[in-house]
Design a protein around this ligand. Structure first.
Ligand SMILES: [Ca+2]
Ligand SMILES: [Ca+2]
Length: 140
């Protein structure tokens, strides 16, 4: 009768594999989605416009999707969605998946497009886009 169960050490919840993932907290916190700010039609036409490889133009995209007409608060919300790891900046790795934040089926940006995007927005040349830089680019 040595069947001593070490129940006190059995604390691992069945959900630990999910909650361990960095960013899962972010997903619950960021319930806001881009489609609640911009119309589906506008997103659609913006994505369609840059479907061809190397045709992405940030300014045109923000105009077509309607973001350039939104309030600074809405633009900030979109920034928060694009800053997927909540670092306070949109880094190159996040920029690459920029279109997919608007539409999961969209393509990724090429390195060239990502670099161009960055050079348009990155006023202080630190290699990433801050909230103010984003706002300035979108609303300019
Ligand atoms: Ca980030
Ligand atoms: Ca910057």
């Amino acid at each position: 009768m040595m069947e001593l169960r070490r129940s006190s050490h059995h604390r691992a919840s069945p959900l630990s594999c999910i909650t361990d993932r960095p960013g899962s907290e972010l997903l619950t916190r960021n319930k806001m989605s881009i489609s609640s700010i911009l119309s589906a039609d506008a997103i659609d036409s913006a994505i369609k416009d840059c479907q061809a490889p190397e045709s992405f133009c940030p300014k045109k995209f923000f105009q077509l999707c309607g973001l350039s007409k939104k309030s600074p608060q809405d633009v900030k919300k979109v920034f928060g969605i694009l800053d997927h790891d909540a670092s306070g900046f949109i880094e190159e790795k996040e920029l690459k998946f920029f279109l997919q934040r608007f539409c999961p089926g969209a393509r990724v940006l090429s390195d060239k497009e990502t670099k161009n995007f960055l050079s348009v927005a990155d006023d202080d040349s630190d290699g990433r886009i801050g909230a103010e830089e984003f706002q300035a680019m979108v609303l300019s």
